[in-house]
Design a protein around this ligand. Structure first.
Ligand SMILES: C[S@@+](CC[C@H](N)C(=O)[O-])C[C@H]1O[C@@H](n2cnc3c(N)ncnc32)[C@H](O)[C@@H]1O
Length: 374
C-alpha cells in the first residue's frame, strides 16, 4: 500500500470517520506491514503490502499480528454478507486458484486471447480502442481482479488511478503484479462491505465476479452506488444455459464443491482432456431443427462448442498450457457460489435501478456482458 492511498478521496472507513496510518515496514514506496486505525477503535492490518478491510466472519484470524504489534482486541462486527459461510467457502477456491496461477493473463500468448475478449465485452473495435476506452477515466475500480492482469492493463493505459479490490488472497497476487505502477492501489475487502465512498468512480469493472457472491443482484446494486453520475459500470455474469447443461453443472458441482482444491484439479483433468481432444478434430455439423428443449438452436455447430455450451464445461484453448486450461474448468466447478442469470432478469435489475442507458455486448454464448452508464 502506498502512503498516498491513505489520503485517497474514495477511502471511507466503515466503523469510524477518520483513519490513521502507522507503518511498521516500508519497501519500494509501499507500506508492506502496518496498520490503519479508525477513530472508532477498529484497526485494519497491512500485510505483504495489502490492507485488509474484511470484517465479521470474513475477517481472517489476525491474532498473531495483534500480538506482534500490541494492538487492542476488537469486538465482533457482523459481516455485511447475507451468507458469509458460502462466501467464505468461495474465497477458499479463489485464494487457492490465484496463489497457483499468479501469472494468468500475463504470460506470452494469454494477452491476445484475453484482451480480444475484453474488446467484445466492452464493445470496442480493437486493442487500441480498448486503451482509449480507459485513457480519460480519473478513478477506476476493478472488483475481483484475480491475478490483476487487467488491473495492470488499465493502470498502464489510464491517465487516472486504479483501485483493485478482491476478497480473497487474490489481492496479494494482484498487488505483486501491479506494485510497480504508481497509480494503482490494491485492497482486500468484500465488495458488499467496501471501505469506499459512494459515487467515487468514473468506471467500475467486475468481470466474472458478482455471480460468485451470495446474491448477484445485491452485488450489482451495491457497486452501482459507487459509480459517479455519468460514470460507467461493466459487469459480466454467467448466463443461464439449457436444461442439459444446467443438469450436468448441478450434478458435477454437487460432487466437486465437496473436494479439496487439489482433488478438484485432479478431477477436472478428464474434462480438460475431453476439451483438448474435441478441439483437435475441429468438426462442424449442421442441425436443421436444433434441439429447442435443450436450448440448442438450428444451424452450424462446432462439435466441441456444441458439447461445451450445451452439456459439460470442457474448456480448451491452445493459448494456454494444460494446467491453465484445467484451472478454467476448476474455476467453473469448484466455487460454492456460481449463479446463472437471464438477460430478462438483468434487464429487470436495470429497470429497478432506474438505468435506461445500458447494453448487452455479445462476447460469448454463456455470459452476459453488461455496460451501463449511470
Ligand atoms: C473468477 S475470478 C475472476 C478474476 C478476474 N476478474 C478475471 O476475469 O480473470 C473471481 C474473483 O472475484 C473475487 N470475489 C468473489 N467474491 C467477491 C466479493 N464479495 N468481493 C470482492 N471480490 C470477490 C474472487 O476472490 C476472485 O478473485
Amino acid at each position: 500500500m502506498r502512503r498516498d492511498f491513505f489520503t485517497h478521496s474514495a477511502l471511507q472507513p466503515k466503523c469510524g470517520h477518520k483513519i490513521a496510518l502507522e507503518a511498521f515496514v516500508e519497501k519500494d514506496g509501499h507500506v508492506m506491514e502496518g496498520v490503519l486505525r479508525d477513530d472508532a477503535g477498529c484497526w485494519y492490518p497491512i500485510i505483504e503490502g495489502v490492507p485488509c478491510f474484511l470484517r465479521g466472519d470474513l475477517r481472517p484470524d489476525f491474532e498473531w499480528f495483534r500480538k506482534k504489534y500490541h494492538l487492542s482486541e476488537i469486538g465482533h462486527v457482523q459481516s455485511a454478507q447475507t451468507d458469509s459461510g458460502q462466501q467464505a467457502l468461495t474465497n477458499k477456491t479463489f485464494s487457492d486458484k490465484w496463489s497457483r496461477f499468479k501469472h494468468y493473463g500475463l504470460e506470452p500468448g494469454h494477452e491476445k486471447f484475453l484482451f480480444e475478449w475484453y474488446c467484445k465485452k466492452l464493445d470496442v473495435a480493437d486493442i487500441e480502442a480498448l486503451k482509449q476506452f480507459y485513457r480519460d477515466r480519473n478513478h477506476v475500480l476493478e472488483v475481483g481482479p484475480g491475478s490483476g492482469f487487467n488491473t495492470q492493463f488499465i493502470a498502464q493505459n489510464t491517465s487516472g488511478g486504479v483501485v483493485a479490490l478482491d476478497i480473497s488472497d487474490a489481492a496479494f497476487t494482484t498487488f505483486q503484479n501491479t506494485r510497480h505502477l504508481p497509480n494503482c492501489h490494491v485492497i482486500q475487502a468484500d465488495l458488499m462491505d467496501a471501505p469506499l465512498r459512494d459515487e467515487s468512480f468514473d468506471l467500475i469493472i467486475a468481470d466474472g465476479v458478482l455471480h460468485h457472491t451470495p446474491d448477484t443482484k445485491k452485488a450489482v446494486f451495491e457497486l452501482f452506488k459507487k459509480v459517479k453520475p455519468d460514470g460507467q459500470f461493466f459487469f459480466y455474469v454467467y448466463k443461464k444455459m439449457g436444461a442439459a447443461k444446467r443438469f450436468c453443472d448441478e450434478f458435477i458441482r454437487s460432487e466437486f464443491t465437496k473436494l479439496s482444491p487439489e482433488a478438484c484439479y485432479a478431477a477436472c483433468e478428464g474434462f480438460t482432456e475431453l476439451g483438448k481432444e474435441l478441439s483437435k478434430i475441429d468438426v462442424k455439423i449442421t442441425l436443421e431443427k436444433g434441439v429447442p428443449i435443450l436450448g440448442i438452436p438450428p444451424g452450424e455447430h462446432n462439435v466441441q462448442r456444441l458439447l461445451y455450451y450445451n452439456f459439460v464445461k470442457c474448456f480448451w484453448n491452445d493459448a494456454f498450457d494444460f494446467e491453465t486450461n484445467n484451472m478454467v474448468n476448476f474455476d467453473w466447478y469448484h466455487p460454492h457460489n456460481a449463479w446463472q442469470h437471464t438477460e430478462e432478469e438483468v434487464a429487470g435489475w436495470m429497470k429497478e435501478l432506474g438505468v435506461s442507458d445500458f447494453q448487452f455486448n455479445v462476447s460469448n454464448p454463456n455470459g452476459i456482458s453488461v455496460l451501463l452508464t449511470r
